[in-house]
Design a protein around this ligand. Structure first.
Ligand code: NAD
Length: 696
């Protein structure tokens, strides 16, 4: 008896129940078991019809992700073979669908002759989100059952659709509220009683006069939105074959397209992201069953840019927040900003007035620390000055209840020092949100020397609740993201000094796929903040800090978008970055003053220098144990820094280029006269390259 799929007999009906937790992933064991149970039913003369189900909870969510990339994923019987066996079964097969029928799970159901589904069952073919297309007949059978337009929309978007929306189509023969298995058994009996012929999706001919024009329309539109990703257009091609070619030919071409996509760097990147995001939620030394602390209410200290955004992130997730400020005025200002942000969302039609009021009502504004006595977690987002942080954490230590988690949103201060301001460093953690905190997906969870494992586990789980992508980082200047960003910025700056202009550097990196080049980002964030920091550090280290072109830009009163000019100029009320000859003059003067003769710089060199600067620092971050794995670094860059998804993150990009090539280029940069020491390739990078290995 194979446990991955159970067999039961109900009179003349065999019920095959997939039983492969957690989601009936169609791994080798389940595929083999379905086939074995099907044979058993076919061999038993008492059996007239078969029901295939996952029970009342869940049909199947598709491929088994745990087998991705292992030989098992392609071992016989593969999924197309199992589906063919079901479709060719001489005894009618009825799928009984509850929960999810996704990807290979839906393709399995499409191979059955009839389908009974719960109204709320979720049907979908999400392969495109992994840079693939349904490769087990989905692109051929679904259009035959629901029409070309509906099928193509599902396949290209990857979206799930509730079964009830397919009422009246041959995709669902019967919809039920509950008891899907019993209903399917009764349905199978009725099929036998009525001598109703089994319908095989493959035998349906698509006779839709609108199919061809629709496909043409789809080709144009999909090409326009899919940009760097080949999969969506291949989906259109595959569905077009369902219309224009015989079934077996369409099936063969679908397989060909699937195999081609599987080998594409874009699909590799998307599958990498899928596993990387899941891996990031696990910590080697924090067991999955670590008991969590309960988080009911949350306190936020500071109602500025970050405190306001963090408050919104919690309130949006239904959590009540006690928001503390130093003065009524600052509190009112913070609340007014929050209200204004919600009103903007409301104007876009994404929030009702009632919801807006509900969310604001979840915020309790306070001026007195005593109001934080009962919160389960408090996040500090006050000025980035260690003395201010000391004062806040001492106060929190006095008032917070035992077991409360004390978090800091600091970007660059030493979390261990902050923890030392309290008598409970085990309860102190960094929660580094990104601006705007209610929008940006990334959350760096900063683990101090003494942070307790259950505090970490609780914050990881909390991140999911507020829909953030969390990555754990160790304590260092800039953690993972900003520490790497500093090198990337320095590389861009160097290119500027040596001969490139902001628009060329931004252009090259944007064509590479970055959402925005570093100079446009600078203009958006405001150049004055970095300038103030540089001036402060220069004053502290008497002349140790060399001047950079950004200083000259700021001295000209150009602080970015907010002043209408920075690295670019901006027209009133618009955000378009317009190259400015004044900037060129400032940079040229800067080069003359520094005695630099500009040279011609290629786009390729721009990408190389900026990317390898990121990768090299990423390798150091791994060496230092600041990140647990290379894929965590990729998650940080993808979710917080606009790194192109089709490249899978800086570390996967380095793997794709080949680490030996990265090392060679870094050595070349490091050997230039006057080169900064950080261009030297990190020992880990050199070691992996020498061993012919990769980060991932
Ligand atoms: P901000 O100046 O906008 O807000 C700080 C707020 O804290 C002000 O409203 C101020 O009145 C309040 N405040 C100051 N001292 C206080 C005290 N003792 N008690 C209560 N409130 C007090 O600053 P911000 O940009 O929101 O940054 C806050 C923190 O978040 C800093 O540590 C910063 O490094 C970090 N951070 C900022 C960003 C960003 O992009 N702005 C991103 C990540 C992290």
């Amino acid at each position: 008896m194979n446990s991955a799929a159970e067999y039961a007999q109900r009179g003349s009906i065999a019920v095959i129940t997939m039983n492969h937790p957690p989601v009936n992933g169609l791994g080798l064991a389940l595929r083999t078991a379905i086939l074995a149970q099907l044979d058993r039913a076919l061999d038993d003369p008492q059996i007239e019809a078969i029901v295939l189900t996952g029970g009342e909870q869940n049909f199947s969510a598709g491929a088994d992700v745990r087998e991705f990339g292992t030989p098992k994923s392609s071992s016989a019987p593969n999924l197309p073979a199992v589906i063919r066996a079901l479709e060719e079964s001489p005894k009618p097969v009825v799928a009984a669908i509850a929960g999810h029928a996704l990807g290979g799970g839906l393709e399995l159901a499409l191979g059955c002759h009839f389908r009974v589904a719960r109204r709320d069952a979720q049907l979908g073919l999400p392969e495109v989100t992994l840079g693939l297309l349904p490769g087990a007949g989905g692109t051929q059978r679904l259009p035959r059952l629901v029409g070309v337009e509906t099928a193509l929309n599902m396949i290209v978007s990857g979206l799930r659709v509730p079964a009830k929306q397919f009422a009246g189509t041959p995709l669902v023969d019967e919809l039920v509220e509950s008891n899907v298995v019993d209903t399917a058994v009764a349905f199978a009996r009725q099929v036998m009683a009525d001598k109703r012929p089994a319908t095989r999706a493959r035998d349906i001919r698509i006779k839709d006069p609108h199919a061809e024009p629709f496909l043409q329309f789809a080709r144009v539109n999909v090409a326009a939105v899919s940009k760097a990703f080949p999969a969506p257009l291949k989906c259109v091609e595959a569905v077009a074959n369902a219309v224009g070619k015989p079934f077996d030919e369409g099936l063969r071409l679908e397989r060909e397209l699937f195999v081609g996509l599987l080998a594409s760097p874009e699909s590799r990147a998307l599958r990498h992201i899928f596993t990387a995001e899941r891996a990031a939620t696990k910590l080697p030394d924090v067991p999955a069953d670590t008991p969590l602390r309960e988080i009911g209410t949350v306190g936020v200290v500071g109602a500025g840019t970050m405190g306001g955004g963090i408050t919104m992130a919690f309130v949006d997730a239904g959590v009540t927040v006690v928001l503390l400020e130093t003065s009524q005025e600052a509190l009112d200002r913070g609340l007014a900003t929050i209200r204004r942000n919600y009103e903007t969302t409301m104007k876009k039609g994404k929030l009702t007035q009632e919801q807006l009021e509900e969310r604001l009502a979840r915020i309790t504004p306070v001026l007195d620390y005593a109001a934080l006595a009962e919160v389960d977690l408090v996040i500090e987002a006050v000025f980035e000055e260690i003395n201010v942080k000391r004062d806040v954490f001492k106060r929190l230590d006095e008032v917070a209840k035992a077991g409360a988690i004390l978090a800091s949103n600091t970007s660059a201060l030493d979390l261990n020092e902050i923890a030392s301001f309290t008598k409970r460093p085990k309860d102190v953690i960094g929660l580094h949100f990104f601006s705007p905190a209610n929008v940006m997906k990334l959350l760096e969870i900063v683990r101090g020397k003494q942070t307790a494992p259950d505090v970490l586990a609780t914050c990881m789980s909390l991140a999911r609740r507020i829909r953030k992508t969390a990555v754990v980082a160790g304590v260092c200047d800039g953690f993972i993201g900003n520490r790497m960003l500093a090198r990337y910025g320095a590389a861009a700056n160097l290119l500027l000094m040596q001969g490139a202009l902001p628009q060329q550097i931004d252009g090259a990196l944007q064509r590479f796929g970055m959402a925005m080049g570093p100079f446009r980002v600078g203009d958006l964030a405001g150049l004055d903040i970095g300038w103030a920091g540089r001036k402060r550090r220069a004053a502290e280290n008497a002349g140790a800090l060399p001047r950079v072109p950004g200083d000259a830009i700021c001295e000209a009163g150009r602080f970015g978008q907010k002043t209408g000019a920075g690295w670019y100029r901006y027209e009133a009320g618009k955000r378009d970055a317009i190259p400015d000859p004044v900037v060129e003059t400032i940079i040229e003067q800067f080069r003359r003053d520094a005695g630099i003769t500009p040279r011609k710089i290629s786009d390729e060199e721009i990408v190389e220098r900026c990317m390898y600067a990121l990768v090299n620092e990423g390798a150091r971050i791994l060496e230092d144990g600041i990140a647990a794995r290379a894929s965590d670094i990729d998650v940080v860059y993808l979710s917080g820094y606009g790194f192109p998804r089709h490249r899978g993150g800086p570390m996967l990009y380095a793997d794709t280029v080949g680490l030996a090539n990265v090392v060679r280029a870094l050595k070349r940069f490091a050997a230039e006269p006057g080169a900064d020491a950080w261009w030297q390739p990190a020992p880990l990078l050199v070691k992996l390259a020498e061993e012919g290995r990769t980060f991932n």
